[in-house]
Ligand binder design. Structure first.
Ligand code: FES
Ligand code: FES
Length: 157
């Protein structure tokens, strides 16, 4: 089996995944990073979104064997109880989650958008997250949470 070295949340890992295993499998089952959720397992819901080399991907569609040299960021890499990322805090402040299943993916989509476009319009936020499904919130507060950080004028750290 092919050996793959990559970083996840800036930590190096060496893996020997079997060919059919996905990035989502490896994150959740091998590395214990369960923030990325398994929803549809077919690229339809966005619950498994992580950043791969700075770009959002559906980790259920990425084969682990293709990840040599990759840099992956999951929700655990943004912040935790000791210090939340501004976008995580904004989701809390704006009541942008209910069950929370979509939330890691939504936050990472917001992060990706703000990295490439620090001051998006509301329409651009809606368009960017349109592939990520939320069954609870009606999306309004999610958009508000992202816009609140976008309008902050201090970057998006
Ligand atoms: S679990 Fe990957 S897109 Fe739904
Ligand atoms: S908060 Fe439940 S799916 Fe979005």
């Amino acid at each position: 089996m092919k050996t793959v070295t990559l970083t996840v949340n800036n930590r190096p890992h060496t893996l020997t995944p079997s060919p059919e295993r996905t990035l989502l499998d490896v994150l959740r089952e091998d590395l214990g990073l369960t923030g990325a959720k398994r929803g549809c397992d077919a690229g339809e819901c966005g619950a498994c979104t992580v950043l791969l080399n700075g770009k959002p991907v559906n980790s259920c569609l990425v084969l682990a064997v293709e990840l040599s040299g990759a840099a992956v960021v999951t929700i655990e890499g943004l912040g935790g109880p000791d210090g939340l990322d501004r976008l995580q805090q904004s989701f809390i402040d704006n009541f942008a989650l209910q069950c929370g299943y979509c939330t890691p993916g939504m936050i990472l989509m917001g992060k990706a958008l703000l990295m490439q476009n620090p001051h998006p319009t509301e329409a651009e936020v809606k368009e960017f997250i349109s592939g990520n499904l939320c069954r609870c919130t009606g999306y309004e507060n999610i958009v508000k949470a992202i816009m609140a950080v976008a309008g902050g004028g201090e970057g998006n750290g």
